[in-house]
Design a protein. Structure first.
Length: 389
């Protein structure tokens, strides 16, 4: 912008200025990441905004709800460095509706607190809030740092996230418990989640640098955002953590979250050790049968009964209002007959986590917790509490 004088404010100082051009597709992708963190309703107006910082070499976008912060860098043609905040969801919707391949020019009019956008014949002017009001992002050094393959981290998150509790009174269950543990004689990095009705546990060999890390509880919202970010990458994920904060570096995005300040329960006491009855059944056939039979059960719990006998499995459900349903499946089972009831929704949730062809249930009796395993994936374990039917 050489030779172009910036306008002056009433004190004779130059107004802040910012100008850059960016390709629509890249901006849309990054805005899609950061705007998810922004709450639709907030008592602090600036938290509804995304911070755009144009520096030599590119643009960074930052969004936060004070507990979870995401910063993402992307390439841009920066004519004038500067910073501005703009309404996150509105900006995302504008960019979403612009045509593929559009070049978007951003220009800050700080005097009128407006951020101007133009792409082709489309022009917009967005209200801004002072950059100074936007929360500063912490660049703290975190004591424990290690790297995890994206596929391994995806495995930890996907196979445990569904079991996170939504009951706010037991806030310490509202996340995934990530910690170093021992499995046999091997050190592992283990993720556990439970809502008191089912438990999910996944582990992997402990990465270099993770030994001695504190056990931390990663909040549900951070789990959801992390899951979406790692879907899009095959690059290793850098993790840094302390007892109060965790940070994930995923490509050009950095996701930082406060941790849940609470004590996760002694989950190992819930995992039964003496179950001696083993049922192996085709997972897809089992899931389809559970889904069909549970249709008749209109209660919130969607109770379903499993009757095991040598060589077969009978599923049934009944309701005074709707009637009854049953279905028989061939199964690998050679122990004493047993009847046990489960919440059909919980059973179906677990079947969706099974990668192999079969699913294994290891039982004790009608009133004890049941272990569910994937024969094709030994690092994954589920526990399901029975219910009366």
């Amino acid at each position: 912008m050489g030779g172009v004088a910036r306008p002056k404010n009433r004190f004779g100082n130059r107004w802040p200025f910012m100008k850059f051009t960016i390709e629509r597709t890249a901006l849309f992708k990054s805005l899609g990441h950061v705007q998810r963190v922004v709450e639709r309703r907030t008592t602090i107006p600036v938290l509804s905004n995304v911070l755009l910082a144009a520096e030599k070499g590119g643009l960074s976008l930052t969004a936060t709800d004070m507990d979870l912060t995401i910063v993402e860098a992307l390439a841009a043609d920066v004519a004038e460095k500067g910073q501005a905040t703009a309404p996150a969801h509105t900006l995302y919707d504008i960019v979403r509706k612009l045509p593929e391949g559009a070049q978007i020019v951003f220009e800050l009019d700080a005097e009128r607190a407006r951020l101007a956008l133009r792409a082709g014949r489309s022009k917009f002017a967005l209200s801004t809030l002072p950059v100074e009001e936007f929360p500063a992002t912490a660049g703290d050094t975190l004591g424990h740092n290690f790297t995890v393959a994206a596929a391994d981290l995806r495995n930890l998150v996907e196979h445990t996230g569904f079991a996170i509790s939504t009951e706010e009174t037991r806030y310490y269950l509202n996340g995934i418990y990530l910690h170093a543990a021992e499995s046999g004689k091997a050190d592992v990095l283990r993720a556990v989640a439970t809502d008191g009705h089912r438990l999910a546990q996944v582990e992997m060999p402990i990465p270099d640098g993770a030994a001695g890390m504190p056990g931390v509880i990663l909040p549900r919202k951070a789990v959801l955002e992390l899951g979406k970010l790692i879907e899009e990458t095959t690059d290793p994920v850098e993790i840094g953590l302390s007892e109060t904060q965790i940070r994930f570096r995923i490509g050009e995005a950095v996701l930082t979250s406060k941790l849940i300040d609470g004590t996760f329960p002694d989950y190992e006491r819930v995992i039964p050790r003496g179950n001696d009855k083993k049922l192996v059944v085709n997972c897809k056939e089992f899931a389809a049968a559970v889904d069909r039979v549970s249709t008749i059960s209109i209660e919130k719990s969607r109770a379903i009964k499993l009757e095991l006998s040598p060589g077969k499995l009978m599923l049934s459900a009944s309701s005074e209002e709707s009637g009854a349903a049953s279905e028989e499946l061939s199964a690998n089972y050679d122990s004493d007959p047993v009847e046990i009831g489960f919440n059909a929704r919980y059973l179906l949730d677990i079947t969706q986590q099974i990668a192999g062809e079969d699913i294994t249930l290891i039982l004790a009796d009608s009133s004890s917790p049941t272990i569910v395993q994937d024969p094709a994936e030994g690092s994954v374990l589920f526990v399901l509490m029975p219910m009366r039917v």
